[in-house]
Ligand binder design. Structure first.
Ligand code: BGC
Ligand code: BGC
Length: 667
C-alpha cells in the first residue's frame, strides 16, 4: 500500500511535469520496489542520466556506466506480449515488448491497451535503474490491431495517390491513435520496393518505383515522429512516435521460389543482383529515412546472394550505420535470427549481433535467448564494445521518445484521454476517406460510364467484397492475416452506396449477381440500369499471400458474369493488394476501378464513383496481362508493347474526361 501511494504521488508529479515541462523541474521517479538492490536515487540530486537538461550522449554515458551486464542484455531483448511473464520483466531487465500481427489485449479497447502496456511499464520501472520499457506494434495502415481504429488504405493505395503530404497526415493520425493506447513505437513504414507483384507483401509497399517509395516513406516517417499541434513534449524529447522503416534491405527484390520458409514462394527468399543494382533500387528510401530522423530500422528476413540480411555485416554495419550514418537501433524481425543457422541458435545470435542487430525480436523464448547471449559475451564471442554500442543505440531511442521523463502510458491520464477522443474522430475519418478517393485508379471507362448518376433508378450490387469489411481492409487488420468475419467499425461499399444515392434510387444486393427475386410485372428478370460488382482477393499477409496465379475468387467471377446479364452497364471495383489478372474479364464490364485495400472508409470509393471527387490515382505497379510475364515491372517492361507489354503500364490511370484506350486481345 505504501508503495502504491508513493507511486501515485510520483505519477501526479509526472502529470504536472507533462503540463508544464521545464528542464529543471523533472520529477524523480518513485523509489524502486522490492526488486531494487541498490538505494534509490536521492530526490534532490538527480543522477546525470535523469537530467534532461544534459546532452543525450552524456546521459547515455552515465547510464551505461551504471548498468550491469544483465541490464544491458535485457535491453537487447524484445518479447511478444503473450509470451512475456509480467513477473519476469524486472528480474530479466526486459527492454522491449511487442504485439505481433493481430496481438491485442483481451479487452481490445483503448483502456485495455493502456492497462496492458502500463503493466509492463510499471514492472520495468521497478528495476534499480528504472529504464522504461519500449512497446512496439505494427500500425501499418492505422492502428490496425486496435478494434475500431481508423483503418487507412494500405500503402499500395498511398502509392497510387502519390501525395507525400497525405502520407504525412495519415502517419500523424496513426501516431495519435497509437499514443491513445500508450504505444510510442511503430514497425512502419514498409519501404520495400517490390519488383514482383506475386509477393504477398506487395500492398505493404508504396510502389515498384524507388523514387515514389523514397518520397512517401520519408513523409510517413516525418508524420509519425513530429509532434502534433498542441502537444507539449517532455523535456529533451525529440520524437513523438518512433518509426521503423523496414525491411532492410531488398525485401522486395527476392526471386520466385527462392524462399526456404515452408509454404512461402518468394517472401523471405533470396535477392540475386550486384551491389550497384541493390544500391540503386533499394537504398535510396533508407538514405532518405535516415535523413528524416528515423531511429529504428528493421532487418529483413530475406537474403542477398544467399547471405541472410540478419547476418549481413556489410549491409547492416558498413552501409547502414557507416555510410548512411544511422545512429539508431537495428531490430531483428520476428524469430528471424533463428533462421541464420537453423538448429544452432547460439551461433545465429552471435552472428546477428556481430553483424549489427541491436535488439532481437526473440519473440517468445527469452530465457533461452538471454542464456545464449550471456554465454556469448562471457566466452568473448561477442565483444563487450558491441554490446555497449547496441545498448547505446537502444537508449538513444528511449531518450528521444522522452520515456525517462514520461514512461508511456503511466501518469499520462490527460494526454491519453485527449488522444483517445481522436480515435475515429470525424477528422480522422475524413482523412481516411480523402486517402481512399485519391488512391483509386480508373482502368477502363467505356462510353464514359463513370461517373454514375446518383439518381440512377435501379442499381444491382454483387460480390462478397461489397458487404465484407475484411475484404476491404485486407491483412494486418485486427488479425495478422486479416481473417474474415471480424467486426470492426467502418463503412462497406454497399453502405456507402446506400448513403450516397438520391431518394428515388433503388439499390439491391445479391452477392451472387443473380437477383432471382427481381422480376418485372410480367415475371421477366428485371434489368438494372447499373450493375456494380466488387471483385476482391481474400485477405492475406506476408508469405501466405505469395501467389502464382494472381486470380480472384471464383464466386466473384461468377457474380460478374451473372450480373452482366442483368444490367445495362456494369462497373467493377477491385479490392486487391496488387494488380491481379483480369485480361479476359475486361470486356465483361464497361468500367473498371482498382481500389486496392482501401480500409474502413468505403465512402471514399462512392465519392469518386458518383463524381463528387475526380479520379486522380495512377498505377504504382505495372499491371501484367498474364502471370507468365512475371516478374514484370518498370525496369523489365520498358520498351515492351502490344501483347508482350503490360495490360496497363506503370503510371497509368484515366480521368473520366478521357476516352478508354483500346485494349488488344492477345493469346
Ligand atoms: C505473428 C506476426 C508475425 C508472424 C511471423 C505471427 O504469429 O502474429 O506478428 O509477423 O507470426 O511469422
Ligand atoms: C513481419 C514484420 C513485423 C513483425 C512483427 C514479422 O513477421 O515481417 O514486418 O513487424 O512480424 O509483427
Amino acid at each position: 500500500m505504501r508503495f502504491l501511494l508513493s507511486r501515485l504521488a510520483a505519477l501526479s508529479l509526472l502529470l504536472v511535469s507533462c503540463a508544464a515541462p521545464t528542464p529543471t523541474a523533472a520529477p524523480t521517479l518513485p523509489p524502486t520496489s522490492t526488486t531494487a538492490p541498490s538505494p534509490a536515487p536521492s530526490p534532490t540530486v538527480l543522477p546525470p542520466y535523469r537530467d534532461p537538461s544534459l546532452p543525450v550522449e552524456a546521459r547515455i554515458d552515465d547510464l551505461l556506466a551504471r548498468m550491469t551486464l544483465e541490464d544491458k542484455l535485457g535491453q537487447m531483448t524484445q518479447v511478444e506480449k503473450g509470451a512475456m511473464k509480467l513477473g519476469d520483466v524486472a528480474p530479466y531487465r526486459i527492454g522491449s515488448v511487442l504485439s505481433g500481427g493481430g496481438g491485442s489485449p483481451l479487452q481490445n479497447d483503448p483502456a485495455g491497451w493502456v492497462r496492458m502496456t502500463g503493466n509492463f511499464q510499471q514492472r520495468a520501472l521497478e528495476t534499480p535503474l528504472q529504464i522504461p520499457v519500449l512497446y512496439g506494434v505494427d500500425a501499418v495502415h492505422g492502428h490496425n490491431n486496435l478494434l475500431n481504429a481508423t483503418i487507412f488504405p494500405h500503402n499500395i493505395g498511398l502509392g497510387a495517390a502519390n501525395d507525400p503530404d497525405l502520407a504525412r497526415r495519415i502517419a500523424r493520425a496513426t501516431a495519435i491513435e497509437m499514443m491513445a493506447t500508450g504505444i510510442p513505437w511503430n514497425f512502419a513504414p514498409t519501404i520495400a520496393v517490390p519488383q514482383d507483384i506475386r509477393w504477398g507483401r506487395t500492398y505493404e509497399g508504396f510502389s515498384e518505383n524507388t523514387e515514389i517509395v523514397t518520397r512517401l516513406g520519408a513523409a510517413y516517417i516525418e508524420g509519425l515522429q513530429a509532434f502534433p499541434d498542441g502537444y507539449v513534449p517532455a523535456p529533451g524529447q525529440t520524437l513523438f512516435v518512433a518509426a521503423t522503416p523496414k525491411h532492410f534491405l531488398g525485401d522486395g527484390g527476392t526471386l520466385w521460389e527462392t524462399s526456404k520458409t515452408p509454404g512461402y514462394r518468394l517472401d523471405q527468399g533470396d535477392m540475386q543482383m550486384d551491389d550497384a543494382a541493390v544500391r540503386a533500387l533499394f537504398l535510396p528510401p533508407y538514405r532518405a529515412a535516415v535523413q528524416s530522423g528515423a531511429l529504428v530500422v528493421m532487418a529483413s528476413y530475406s537474403s542477398w546472394n544467399g547471405v541472410k540480411m540478419h547476418a549481413h555485416r556489410y549491409l547492416l554495419t558498413d552501409v547502414l550505420k557507416g555510410e548512411l550514418g544511422f545512429r539508431g537501433l537495428v531490430v531483428s524481425d520476428w524469430q528471424a535470427v533463428d533462421q541464420i543457422y537453423p538448429g544452432d541458435l547460439y551461433r545465429s545470435i552471435v552472428t546477428a549481433i556481430n553483424a549489427g542487430v541491436d535488439m532481437v525480436m526473440v519473440p517468445t523464448d527469452y530465457l533461452t535467448f538471454l542464456r545464449h547471449l550471456r554465454a556469448a559475451v562471457e566466452r568473448g564471442d561477442i565483444p563487450p564494445e558491441r554490446i555497449d554500442d547496441a545498448v547505446r543505440r537502444i537508449l538513444r531511442v528511449k531518450f528521444a521518445l522522452g520515456l525517462f521523463e514520461r514512461p508511456a502510458p503511466l501518469g499520462q491520464e490527460e494526454t491519453l484521454a485527449a488522444f483517445q477522443a481522436r480515435i475515429r474522430s470525424p477528422e480522422h475519418l475524413a482523412l481516411a476517406r480523402e486517402a481512399v478517393r485519391k488512391s483509386l485508379v480508373l482502368l477502363k471507362n467505356e462510353g464514359q460510364t463513370l461517373p454514375l448518376d446518383k439518381n440512377t433508378p435501379l442499381i444491382f450490387v454483387a460480390g462478397e467484397g461489397a458487404v465484407n469489411l475484411a475484404r476491404q481492409t485486407g491483412g494486418w487488420t485486427v488479425d495478422w492475416q486479416g481473417k474474415e468475419g471480424f467486426r470492426t467499425a467502418g463503412t462497406t461499399l454497399l453502405q456507402a452506396l446506400q448513403a450516397a444515392i438520391g431518394p428515388q434510387t433503388r439499390v439491391v444486393f445479391d452477392k451472387t449477381g443473380q437477383f432471382a427475386a427481381e422480376k418485372d410485372e410480367n415475371g421477366q428478370p428485371l434489368k438494372a440500369d447499373v450493375g456494380l460488382v466488387v471483385l476482391a482477393e481474400f485477405p492475406y499477409a506476408e508469405g501466405a499471400g505469395d501467389s502464382a496465379s494472381l486470380t480472384l475468387p471464383n464466386e466473384d467471377l461468377q457474380a460478374l458474369r451473372a450480373l452482366r446479364e442483368r444490367a445495362d452497364r456494369v462497373v467493377v471495383v477491385i479490392f486487391s493488394g496488387r494488380p491481379v489478372i483480369i485480361t479476359d474479364l475486361l470486356p465483361l464490364a464497361e468500367a473498371w476501378v482498382a481500389a486496392w485495400l482501401p480500409g474502413s472508409e468505403g465512402a471514399g470509393v462512392t465519392d469518386v464513383l458518383f463524381g463528387d471527387a475526380p479520379f486522380t490515382g495512377k498505377l504504382p505497379y505495372t499491371w501484367p496481362r498474364r502471370v507468365e510475364q512475371l516478374p514484370m515491372n518498370i525496369h523489365n517492361a520498358a520498351g515492351k508493347t502490344g501483347c508482350d507489354g503490360p495490360l496497363f503500364p506503370f503510371g497509368y490511370g484515366l480521368t473520366t474526361e478521357e476516352l478508354s484506350p483500346v485494349i488488344l486481345e492477345c493469346d
